[in-house]
Design a protein around this ligand. Structure first.
Ligand code: MSP
Length: 645
């Protein structure tokens, strides 16, 4: 099967931002996913460089249009690799081949009599680069750009788009997957309930010269959308190139809801007029808002991809965007939300699973995958869940439900972490009689990790490679042949590398000015708004996300001793589930022998601190009642390390 995935070509009147990055990460992820499934993939992105907006932006920056578009297009090209986005083709509408193809297509449609010359007056939104109908306006303004459209009357060429209205309605209705999610299919059909107007496809050179000249009338340049949409054909060598016949039937365009109309209405009718089949699918996503406000230059809250990568790293950025947005709906970006996901999902869940497992393998099995013995029920349960996961993951990916695909991976990660708690490899290691049982547990753990690693390639390519190096697995991942149980070869050497995702500090207090400056902040002059957002300091309340950053667990005190020269401190050995030292200020209230065997609640992710020469890794929670101090407890015994949530 071949797959041709495209992003919109982005206007070069603005530098790349979070919204462009999201669409392009999605397209890159799907390209990598289909490659993992063994398919023949072509992935294209690029820049849209003609039209009013660009001419204006070039003028504003005192550059010629050509110098200007070369500069900004370069910024897009340089941004994508830092997000591990690897397209097969980067197209520019100022490329000679594209200009030539646009003119060939215009001539063809003109010869077929699908263009006519006429006088027109209408309401033009410069931001959208299109005429708008009265119905689309809200309070007389463009709902996206909040500007009053300009009344323009001029002679121009028109495309007989209305001629194809019935055909298009029928095509959308009989191909329910043509535009997804369904809400956007319905939106397209609701545009089509009104009589479709013909599309103005030219601009007089008296008003705009920065465009592709019409081949049949040099007093006009081509309307930027008619030029831009054709990029999807130029990029695969239409009409004669071999890639055109190889990929066109499988074209899947990824866009956001702002450009639904050009893609759902103009483009299929243009293709029909050219005598070409429509694209296969249009995938439409929602908008990223920033702290629940629209991202815009005027609000000064535009987020740059390079800043995200500098602060969070490439893979955390990719993971967050794919995990947090439900494809089709809007989502809100905030620095705190990324940090929370990084620390809980990536550092605590995935990172810890790998590091705990490799540490145990190093300690108990000479850092080599052991031969498993006979599996017990608990092992089989893990193995069943592990082989079911790639199938679930793929099903969701094929539906472009990235958040659900990732949920299914993280359910397995959590199950594997619980498997460690339940099987207690460190206890098994104490008795040589359990050697085979220990080997079985370790084998099950690593085979599960291998399957998790396999599906992470499209999402977090760098992390997946690091994991593969650690696990000593095949560097040629293939979902068809490797998504089954029992592939990991006993004897394989495992290398515990550095932690995949060191935890990020959420807030830096005082002094660290340099880091603070690098923190993600809105770009632009108007930073007041986000500073004024009510935060924890204003009302004393924390969000659920902030609460989730606390790693509260059940710890079992297995040993306790007094710390010399201190009346207050006890040194406790706490199992949660690994053993750690916690220094607790409880010596005035409890004797060491009174606390051993108790299960208490601990805060497990506090920064280690040295108290009277002993490093404490966490804190025991206790109630203060006047002069009394009473240790926290859990009403029934549970596995040490159980999460408190
Ligand atoms: N040049 C046209 C597209 C021509 S395609 C033949 C254009 N360019 S654009 O630079 O304005 O890009 C619009 C696209 O950028 C959206 O459809 C979406 O992919 C992305 N995004 C821009 N802002 C966004 C958000 N706030 N959130 C998510 N994506 C958004 O339109």
């Amino acid at each position: 099967m071949s797959v041709y995935i495209t992003t919109p070509i982005f206007y070069v009147n603005a530098q790349p931002h979070l919204g462009h990055a999201y669409t392009t990460i999605v397209a890159d992820t799907m390209s990598r996913f289909w490659r993992l499934c063994g398919e023949d993939v072509r992935f294209q992105t690029g820049t849209d460089e003609h039209g009013d907006k660009i001419a204006q932006a070039a003028q504003d920056s005192d550059q010629s249009p050509k110098e200007f578009v070369d500069r900004i297009s370069g910024m897009f090209r340089e941004t994508w690799p830092i997000l591990s986005i690897a397209s097969d083709n980067f197209i520019r509408t100022t490329d000679k081949a594209h200009i030539k193809l646009v003119q060939t297509i215009l001539q063809k449609i003109y010869d077929n009599d699908d263009f006519y010359f006429s006088e027109y007056s209408g309401l033009y939104c410069k931001g959208c680069e299109r005429f708008m109908t009265e119905k689309e306006l809200v309070d007389g303004k463009c709902p996206d750009h909040k500007t009053v459209p300009e009344e323009i009357a001029e002679q121009n060429y028109f495309f007989r788009m209305s001629k194809y209205q019935d055909w298009l309605i029928n095509h959308i209705e009989s191909n329910p997957e043509f535009i997804t999610p369904a809400r956007y299919k319905n939106e397209a059909l609701s545009f089509l309930k009104e009589r479709l107007e013909d599309l103005c496809i030219s601009r007089p050179t008296s008003r705009l010269t920065w465009g592709i000249p019409l081949p049949f009338d040099d007093r006009f340049v081509t309307y930027v959308w008619f030029d831009a949409l054709i990029n999807y054909l130029t990029g695969i060598g239409y009409p004669d190139g071999p890639d055109f016949s190889r990929y066109w039937d499988s074209a899947e365009h990824v866009i956001a809801k702002d450009i639904l109309k050009p893609h759902a209405i103009y483009w299929p009718t243009m293709l029909k007029a050219m005598g070409l089949a429509p694209y296969k699918r249009l995938h439409v996503h929602g908008f990223w808002n920033i702290d629940n406000a629209k991202m815009s230059k005027s609000l000064g809250n535009v987020i740059r991809p390079a800043d995200l990568v500098e602060k969070f790293g490439t893979d955390t950025t990719r993971y967050f965007l794919l995990r947090e947005m439900s494809f089709g709906l809007d989502a809100s970006f905030s620095d705190t939300a990324v940090t929370t996901r990084r620390n809980s999902d990536l550092a605590n869940d995935l990172g810890n699973l790998l590091s705990r497992s490799t540490t145990m393998l190093g300690k108990f099995a000479g850092a080599r995958i052991p031969f498993p013995g006979e599996a017990t029920a608990i092992d089989r349960e893990l193995a069943d869940a592990a082989v079911a996961m790639p199938a679930d993951f793929s099903r969701h990916m094929k539906e472009w439900a990235f958040n659900r695909a990732l949920q299914s991976v993280w359910e397995l990660i959590s199950r594997a972490n619980k498997y460690i708690v339940a099987t207690e490899p460190w206890s098994l290691a104490k008795d040589p009689a359990n050697a085979q049982r220990l080997d079985t547990v370790l084998y099950h753990l690593f085979e599960t990790l291998r399957l998790i690693n396999l599906v992470l390639y499209p999402i977090m390519p760098e992390t997946a490679l690091k994991m593969a190096t650690a696990l000593g697995t095949d560097s040629q991942p293939d979902l068809n042949s490797q998504a089954k149980w029992g592939i990991l070869e006993p004897g394989t050497a495992v290398n515990a590398g550095p932690p995949l995702f060191p935890r990020l500090d959420t807030e830096k207090k005082g002094g660290d000015k340099k880091k603070k400056e690098k923190a993600i902040r809105p770009i632009g002059k108007n930073k007041k708004k986000s500073r004024d957002q009510p935060g924890p300091a204003d009302d004393g309340l924390i969000t659920f996300d902030e609460f989730k950053r606390l790693d509260l667990r059940v710890g079992e005190i297995v040993a306790a001793e007094k710390i010399k020269k201190s009346d207050r401190l006890l040194k406790l050995t706490v199992k949660a589930p690994e053993e750690r030292t916690i220094v607790a200020g409880i010596a005035e209230f409890y004797e060491p022998q009174d606390v051993v065997g108790r299960q208490v609640i601990i805060a497990a992710n506090l920064k280690p601190v040295k108290l009277m020469g002993t490093t404490s890794h966490g804190m025991i929670l206790a109630a203060k009642d006047g002069d009394r101090l009473v240790l926290s407890a859990i009403s029934n015994p549970v596995q040490p390390g159980s999460e408190i949530s």
